[in-house]
Design a protein around this ligand. Structure first.
Ligand SMILES: [Zn+2]
Length: 210
């Protein structure tokens, strides 16, 4: 894989640490080391980012890990691993962050599902905008929310033939489950910077999966 030039945009260390731990869980230490080698990130072998929220992990390095996953395991296998890592990162880390803190409160839990999504989806976007350089916005449409990642760490500096920011999809899936009190939603990525669009767009359908 060709190295990706540094972006000057950063993800918090903790999210990267959780991502690497989730990948190591599934593929073992040797498997993850192979991914890090392929991603030109040998310095991370046995030297994961610290467990803190400092914005120190460059988007291009995060993107390289995602690219290496797809290269080594193929689009389908890579997608499964990336979804799993994204879900883990949300469950163990992001749900405890400021903008989402109220989601566990009784007052939030008794809201109707529609209201939960209307508050929860922008709250998720806010968590990323506040804790990292991943600026995200949400627009409500008739049957879905349009979740837009304007600066995406998953595909930064890469080219893909179709949208494949799977780790971001995994984070969203877990986030929606959390804000809705356990429901599953369909999330479809319709645009990606890596496939020539101006941003990475995800449709979050309002109707939960039965
Ligand atoms: Zn992307």
């Amino acid at each position: 894989m060709d190295p990706i030039p540094k972006s000057g945009l950063y993800y918090p260390n903790k999210i990267v640490l959780l991502t690497l731990q989730a990948l190591e869980d599934v593929m073992g230490k040797n498997g993850l080391n192979a991914i890090l080698n392929l991603a030109n990130l040998r310095e991370l072998v046995d030297n994961y980012p610290s467990d803190n929220l400092k914005r120190e992990f460059d988007f291009s390095d995060f993107s390289a890990i995602n690219g290496a996953l797809e290269e080594m395991y193929g689009p389908r296998g890579g997608r499964g691993l990336a979804l799993r890592a994204g879900k883990h990162a949300f469950e163990e880390g992001l749900r405890n962050f400021g903008a989402l803190a109220g989601v566990g409160d009784l007052a939030f839990k008794v809201l109707p599902l529609k209201a939960k999504l209307r508050i929860g989806a922008p709250a998720m976007a806010k968590v990323f905008s506040q804790t990292s350089d991943q600026y995200s916005t949400v627009e409500e449409k008739e049957d879905h929310f349009l979740y837009r990642i304007h600066q995406c760490p998953v595909c930064w500096g890469r080219t893909t033939d179709k949208p494949a920011c799977n780790m971001a999809t995994g984070l969203l899936l877990s986030g929606l489950k959390w804000v809705s009190g356990g429901k599953e939603f369909q999330v479809v990525q319709i645009k990606a910077k890596s496939s020539g669009d101006e941003a990475c767009d995800f449709m979050i359908f309002k109707k939960p999966i039965e």
